[in-house]
Design a protein around this ligand. Structure first.
Ligand code: NDP
Ligand code: 2IT
Length: 450
């Protein structure tokens, strides 16, 4: 059998996916972004072509779509759609979050599940990749409605998850409250206290210290590693952050702890600019406790203003952390950031930067960290939570944060070293994709055609 060249092979995989998933734009975007960087790896490892690794990797092992009926406070029956895509388990049980947001569809869940395979490989924690969620919109719902929805969602999901098979966690719209309701229903149906079946639990009943903070903290640690390599740091620098949820809040907190100043936060209604630096306690009060809109922040703090139109990326800063959602930072935003003197961009969200914007940053010499590396701290700490659950142990905050920090240093080192090995030092997109792909591909190769 003559093998196709790496280029021809990548094209054929891309064509197959495009043909099969024509109606899944986010998934196609995530796949293309990976395939575009793998030619140098395949040139050195033709056995990956021969074993059809990529042909298999782009097809989920299993996809579940189910009905989620629930009753609202007015007594009306509502129906949402639930998803769980179990993408790849070569390295360990499927692991990845659940997203509750009206924009959730199969394309979104597949893009997130696909990225999760590579991200999880980079953490070296022996976890496979999966993702799930629903088009349920928790905003404006009462606690009781959210609880009934979560109970119904789990009543189906219970058949497909387990501490050795698939371990969900949070993502957009799913935080500690939702994980609590989901766990309660799992425990009730199974009559088992299987703590390791979900991560992001309350710290009083099996949750890991610092899991809440881990994704945001980790993204800042990753940015710090990129800057340190270049002989620079976070201290004294001004940061632009989008979002005001779990990831954004703790990215802001860590930037300030390291001596930088984060001056923005946003939600789907607009953004705030606070030249005095974001007051993290006020932000938490408004977003975590009151679940109110970001404009409320400007109402309560005189140094801040609320902007309801345009993009947060028009605000100049040296560091940028997109922490809201996919494709939130486009070419115009990248141009504005570059003109404003941005030095480093680290993706706290999954795929927030469009491919054209990534190219612009790289061409301008901006240090750019893709989400699958920069935001790996969340899932890595989830894996640490699973270890603690299995050992019936509990680490203190200091130990937990220092493990997270070590993991982010290692993720940075793997991505950087791969970028050097494959001829583009400092290209963290190529580095993260290649390092992760090598790990997953090798495991798939050794486990045979399954
Ligand atoms: P949250 O639900 O806590 O916060 C999401 C934030 O993003 C909110 O401020 C929300 O504003 C904003 N947002 C969400 N969707 C949109 C949209 N379509 N348009 C504009 N703004 C939007 O989610 P997280 O902070 O957990 O997640 C943020 C990102 O980080 C996501 O990409 C997620 O996949 C990624 N991520 C999360 C991890 C985690 O551990 N939680 C781990 C790794 C990555 P509003 O309230 O107005 O909708
Ligand atoms: O995108 C992500 O990595 C997450 N939402 C966290 C997944 C997890 O299992 O902790």
């Amino acid at each position: 059998m003559t093998l196709p060249t790496p280029k021809a092979h990548l094209q054929s995989v891309a064509d197959t996916v495009a043909g099969r998933s024509a109606a899944e734009p986010e998934f196609l975007q995530a796949v293309r972004e990976v395939l575009d960087t793998l030619e140098p790896v395949l040139a050195q490892r033709p056995e990956f072509i021969e074993a059809g690794i990529l042909d298999r990797l782009v097809e989920p092992e299993r996809q579940l779509i189910f009905r989620v009926p629930w009753t609202d406070d007015a007594g009306r029956v509502r129906v949402n759609r639930g998803y769980r895509v179990q993408f790849n388990s070569a390295l360990g049980p499927y692991k990845g979050g659940l997203r509750f947001h009206p924009t959730v569809n199969l394309s979104v869940v597949k893009f997130l599940g696909f990225e999760q395979i590579f991200k999880n490989a980079l953490t070296s924690q022996r976890i496979g990749g999966g993702k799930g969620g629903s088009d349920f919109d928790p905003s404006g719902k009462s606690d009781a409605e959210v609880m009934r929805f979560c109970q119904s969602f789990m009543t189906e999901l219970v058949h497909h998850i387990g501490e050795h098979t698939d371990i969900p966690a949070g993502d957009i719209g799913v935080g500690g409250r939702e994980i609590g309701y989901l766990f309660g229903q799992y425990r009730r149906i199974t009559q088992r206290y299987e703590a390791g079946v979900l991560t992001g639990k309350g710290v009083g009943w099996g949750g890991a210290e610092v899991r809440t903070e881990a994704t945001g903290y980790g993204a800042v640690f990753f940015a710090e590693e990129m800057l340190l390599r270049a002989g620079e740091g976070i201290e004294g620098r001004r940061a632009i952050v989008s979002g005001s949820g779990n990831v954004a809040t703790y990215a802001i907190e860590k930037v300030q702890q390291l001596g930088g100043t984060a001056v923005t936060a946003s939600d789907s209604s607009g953004y705030i600019v606070d030249e005095a630096g974001i007051d993290v306690e006020l932000l938490k009060q408004i977003k975590e406790v009151e679940r109110a809109r970001i404009s409320e922040y400007a109402e309560r703090r005189s140094s801040a203003r609320f902007v309801s139109s345009g993009s947060v990326w028009q605000v100049p800063g040296e560091l940028a952390f997109p922490c809201a959602t996919q494709n939130e930072l486009d070419v115009d935003d990248a141009r504005a950031l570059i003109a404003g003197g941005v030095r480093a961009v680290a993706e706290g969200a999954n795929m927030p930067t469009t491919p054209e914007a990534v190219e612009l940053f790289q061409a301008a010499g901006v240090l750019f960290a893709p989400g699958k590396a920069a935001n790996a701290g969340g899932v890595a700490t989830s894996a640490l939570e699973m270890s603690q659950n299995a050992a019936r142990s509990r680490w203190d905050r200091q130990t937990s944060e220092s493990r997270l920090h070590d993991i982010m240093r290692d993720v940075h080192a793997s991505a950087y070293e791969a970028s050097v090995r494959y001829g583009r030092p400092g290209d963290y997109v190529l580095g993260a994709n290649s390092a992760a792909f090598e790990t997953v591909a090798q495991a798939m190769l050794e486990q045979g055609v399954i």
